[in-house]
Design a binder for this molecule. Sequence first.
Ligand SMILES: Cc1cc2nc3c(=O)[nH]c(=O)nc-3n(C[C@H](O)[C@H](O)[C@H](O)COP(=O)(O)O)c2cc1C
Length: 350
Amino acid sequence: MNPIVNRYTELVGIDHPIVQEGLGPFRTPKLAAAVSNAGGLGTVSMPGMPADLAEGARVFRDHIEECRSLTDRPFAVNIPVGVDGNGVVLPFTDVYIRMVLDARRADPDLARHLTVLTTSAGFPGEYIAMIKDAGMIHQHKVGSTRQAVKAAEAGVDVIIAAGFEMGGHAPSKAVHSYVLVPSVTEAVDVPVLLTGGARDARGLAAALAMGAHGVAMGTRFITSTANTDWHPAYLQALIDAQEGDDVAFDGVYGPCRGLRNAASARLTEHIGHTSSDIVDAVELTRWKIESMQRAQTAGDVRDGLVLAGQVASAIDDIIEIAEFVPNTAAGAAQILRRLASSLPIPTASA
Ligand SMILES: Cc1cc2nc3c(=O)[nH]c(=O)nc-3n(C[C@H](O)[C@H](O)[C@H](O)COP(=O)(O)O)c2cc1C
């Protein structure tokens, strides 16, 4: 019997309420398949925003097909909702969401496995109905209780509450998981996942205690044997990171957390100014994405942007996902049972 069964595991059809969330603009089909095969939910990440978006969509589709070829379990895709200064959704979001929905329509076998679409960054607006009509489960990542209520009221199925300590693009309101998650679980009726700062059974137990239904981890899954697509220097940089080695810099959609190095210093120096104060905004965005990808593919962890959560400081090993996912669920259940049984039983007179 699976140690933790709840509304979330039943909705998505997985054994354990443990998600490997999107890690774009990087390659994650093998990682996603490993997490899904271990009974969690793996996520294929978006491949970036190349000038040729048709080529980007082809690469994304290849990653999805690769993941499908490696798992028979449910898996997800992550697509951030990029918006311009006028609130208009950027073309890459539209192209990628439509590619996923078309791919599922054309291939019923793929549709049975690629069942979850996670959006993040901006509000998904009209895409909520499109995703629902396609029969997919829609998860949306938010950084505030207000955004959580808005998304749930608009029909999103699962809210991912993102604390500021998270790796990658972090909420502009800078609310941390310990404050945000209980507020979000109080405010919405749909299942909620904690993202930001979780790395083990204790993190999952804490998320459940705060009313969440599971955890969506990013940084923890990067240092795993299944993650052979990333340069070993990236994994080593995370293992070497100590407390205080992470920083929030000016990313693509707002603040973004990664390791302190020459590349992030270039962006933290300019925090508080708009990107266009520095150089041409489009060029700067391209440089940021290219520099993230250089760290991941070429291992340039000095002059490339190394996205990582604050939790990297507490990670010092490379995990086997097949063991890690079930052990984390079993460990969380054990913690909760032990804590409950250690409490005094209230008496009638107390
Ligand atoms: C390298 C890296 C890349 C990320 N890319 C994305 C992304 O493309 N889309 C997204 O919604 N979140 C992205 N995130 C955030 C993760 O999905 C997840 O929410 C976050 O890592 C959780 O915090 P943790 O790192 O403390 O586990 C990224 C995080 C990291 C570390």
